[in-house]
Design a protein around this ligand. Structure first.
Ligand SMILES: [Fe+2]
Length: 195
């Protein structure tokens, strides 16, 4: 088995010398409408359908026929969706309860604008799409047809330098924040907002 490269950077976290997973492989959800989901991810977000596994498995408690579809990002990772055959076989879609829970996909500013235009053409109104400048990135937020909150994130040009600074102070900032000092360290953003 090939070994995972080990890192020697970081400023005191226990993970600094551990091998680490290389990238996201896939993140999976349940849907009751794979066609609507396919249309959203292929035709609006721009993630091609690259694999569809038709399966029958004993899970949980009985045999269930289901379809497992993968929509691929440019790095080879994927968002995946299950749809079950019969309505009474359906396992409920459970989108994250918190509006702060979301998946962020990295993109460049042009791709972000193109997605925004396709959303508009597909009938998404201004109230359905939020664009927020976090200072270090600009994010577009929209809910997919299953209630999963998707973020399209375009990093600012200075991101490599910002990440060096962040990496050097991440543990220190976490410690002081947890200790009660909630002073903002984001001097880059033009407006408030989390995500
Ligand atoms: Fe985010």
């Amino acid at each position: 088995m090939p070994s995972t490269p080990r890192t020697s950077d970081g400023d005191g976290g226990g993970a600094a010398m551990m091998g680490r997973p290389t990238r996201m492989h896939h993140y999976a959800f349940v849907t009751t409408d794979l066609e609507k989901t396919r249309s959203f991810y292929e035709e609006i977000i721009g993630l091609p359908l690259v694999a569809t596994w038709a399966e029958v498995d004993h899970l949980p408690n009985r045999d269930r026929a289901y379809c497992h579809a993968f929509f691929e990002l440019a790095d080879g990772s994927a968002l995946a969706f299950f749809q079950f055959e019969d309505p009474d076989q359906e396992i409920p879609v459970v989108p994250p309860a918190s509006p702060f829970a979301h998946i962020a996909l990295s993109c460049d500013p042009q791709t972000q604008r193109e997605v925004q235009n396709r959303l508009r053409k597909a009938g998404y109104g201004a109230e359905d799409v939020t664009v927020r400048d976090h200072g270090y990135c600009v994010s577009l937020y929209v809910y997919d047809p299953n209630g999963v909150r998707i973020e399209l994130t375009a990093d600012c040009q200075e991101m490599p330098e910002i990440l060096i600074r962040q990496k050097a102070t991440a543990h220190e900032t976490l410690r002081r924040w947890l200790a009660g000092d909630h002073t903002s360290n984001n001097d880059l953003r033009g407006e408030s907002g989390a995500g």
